[in-house]
Design a protein around this ligand. Sequence first.
Ligand code: AMP
Length: 209
Amino acid sequence: MNLVFLGPPGAGKGTQAAVVSQALRIPHISTGDMFRKAMREGTPTGLKARAFIEQGKLVPDSVTIEMVRERLSEDDCKNGYLLDGFPRNLLQAEALAEFSQLDAAVNIAVADEKLIARLSGRRFCPKCSGTFHITKLADEKICPNCGAELVQRADDNPATIANRLSVYHAETSPLTAFYAQKGLLKEVDGDLPMEVVTAEIGKALAVEL
Ligand code: AMP
């Protein structure tokens, strides 16, 4: 199954994508994770992406589209994939349609007021890529999955969060209409408890999760 997860930053795309990709045995491809890894390793892509990410802007399409095109050509994507954080604008969606055929685009919707609280309390594990909210952690500094030290993403600060939300509304939210027109859109309420959102995604895709 070739899937795209849409939704604003903080909607729970990454968390849900991890569960769904494991259940369906397809790779979870997060462009945000790919960029953060590239930045940590100091690769040419990481160097190009850093300034944009730190300001909450989109990394240029030429860089992003090429990175995804290469990733989807790898062997593990032959039986499907789950894209999380791509496409983020119409140009990326049109490029994706040229090199791959989607089965569904799942939109996880959450209101802005909720997103700000979610993003500012979010912690990230650089080792296993897990994402957690401080209200759910026994120890704010330790990853409950792998024991590594948790960090706050540099772009989860109030100024950058505001930019990311406005970029989302201006550039990414029109993608729901794009995919609705193609008959691929599945809408899910992301404001429900995590397990309920997973169950809703399962129903929308008609798969066992
Ligand atoms: P995310 O982890 O999905 O919230 O992404 C973090 C940041 O990476 C975004 O704010 C963008 O700066 C950059 N990024 C991730 N995916 C894309 C994309 N598809 N197009 C452009 N920039 C992206």
